[in-house]
Design a binder for this molecule. Structure first.
Ligand SMILES: C[S@@+](CC[C@H](N)C(=O)[O-])C[C@H]1O[C@@H](n2cnc3c(N)ncnc32)[C@H](O)[C@@H]1O
Length: 345
């Protein structure tokens, strides 16, 4: 697909003016056990207020599938097979070659946070990778634990590429990928020891159904790990986000095929409502601060720029929205959240 003049002008203006620097508040990594406020707050995504995406979830699904069909090749070309944030020590200066290591660190930190390592006899044997991209997490986890993993994605291009990469790496008997909807998973109840959702929750138009499906396919005693984009928790005095915050999120939603967002506290409340145990959450925003500036820097290279021009309008629109993510983090509106729990035995 060729790029129109307007898009080309917008892109070059953005390249010229954008300065990829980011200041974050001090880190708050430590896992915190949730204590519910007496007065519960429900964010817009859980209320009756639906976005146009939610009202037409078929259109949303089609948009997500096309977005990843179109953009996964360029991402893999430049960043490899993990389509998620890296985990960086705040204020460390990171060289581009460290980003893959940072993405692996994200997986390792998530496992550690959820205490998956503590007892090797309890390592997962069956894993579901919900919103699997091209299967980076599945292959890593399958190798690490000697487990079998099944990944689901809305993108046929991703599922095919994930299967091809796995076969090429001799993992075809351990991991497999298919096109399926996370909100209606094609698996029986209680099938998986580890339910893994790395940066797919933000695409889900019905968070209650999403969490319900994660809990349903989890085996008794299984660990559920959700790493996802949230908006900030609301204060007790607030009924909703501020108008400027809603506007910023809406622009991001339009570019990345996202429905309305919710807060980390909303996820915790959903997990509690399903009587899940050991619920923990943390704000890892300070640990991903280097990520978007690094993605932008990679888009500024000749290879990044030319690949982007060839990729298609959805990908270019996504690239143009990257500074909005940085703005959202900087203004304390966007939170990179981890939420984990265990299904009772
Ligand atoms: C940002 S990518 C993350 C990919 C992968 N987890 C990783 O870390 O490399 C988001 C993924 O969520 C998937 N996704 C979004 N909505 C979905 C849904 N309703 N059902 C299944 N997959 C979905 C997309 O197809 C895509 O593979």
């Amino acid at each position: 697909m060729t790029m129109g003049t307007t898009t080309a002008t917008a892109y070059s203006t953005w390249l010229f003016y954008y300065s990829p620097t980011c200041n974050f508040p001090s880190p708050r990594l430590a896992p915190r056990r949730i204590t519910l406020r007496s007065r519960s707050r429900t964010s817009t995504c859980l209320s009756a207020k639906a976005t146009s995406w939610q009202m037409e979830s078929g259109i949303l699904q089609k948009g997500i599938a096309e977005f990843y069909d179109e953009s996964s090749g360029i991402w893999e070309d430049i960043w490899g097979d993990h389509m998620h944030h890296g985990f960086y020590e705040p204020d460390s200066s990171v060289s581009v070659s460290d980003h893959r290591a940072a993405q692996i660190r994200m997986i390792e930190e998530a496992l550690r946070f959820a205490a998956v390592y503590e007892d090797p006899t309890k390592w997962p044997k069956t894993i579901v990778d919900v919103g699997c991209g091209i299967g980076g997490s599945s292959r890593y986890l399958a190798r690490k634990f000697g487990a079998k993993s099944i990944g689901i994605t809305l993108s046929p291009v991703q599922a095919a590429r994930a299967n091809a990469l796995s076969a090429a790496q001799g993992l075809a008997d351990k991991v497999s990928f298919q096109v399926a909807d996370a909100l209606n998973q094609p698996f029986p109840d209680g099938k998986f020891d580890l339910v893994w959702s790395m940066e797919s929750g933000e695409h889900m138009p019905d968070k209650a159904k999403f969490v319900g499906e994660l809990a349903r396919v989890a085996a008794p005693g299984a660990t559920i790990i959700i790493v996802t984009w949230c908006h900030r928790d609301l204060d007790p005095t607030e009924e909703s986000l501020k108008p400027w915050e809603e506007n910023l999120l809406k622009k991001i939603c339009d570019s990345y095929y996202l429905p309305a967002w919710c807060s980390t506290a909303d996820y915790v409340r959903l997990l509690e409502s399903l009587s899940l145990q050991d619920i923990k959450s943390a704000d890892w925003s300070p640990y991903v601060a280097s990520f978007w500036p690094a993605v932008i820097r990679s888009a500024l290279t000749w290879k990044g720029f030319t690949s982007l021009l060839r990729s298609g309008l959805k990908t270019i629109k996504g690239a143009l929205a990257m500074p909005l993510m940085i703005e959202g983090y900087k203004k304390d509106l966007i939170k990179f959240a981890i939420i984990t729990c265990r299904k009772p035995k």
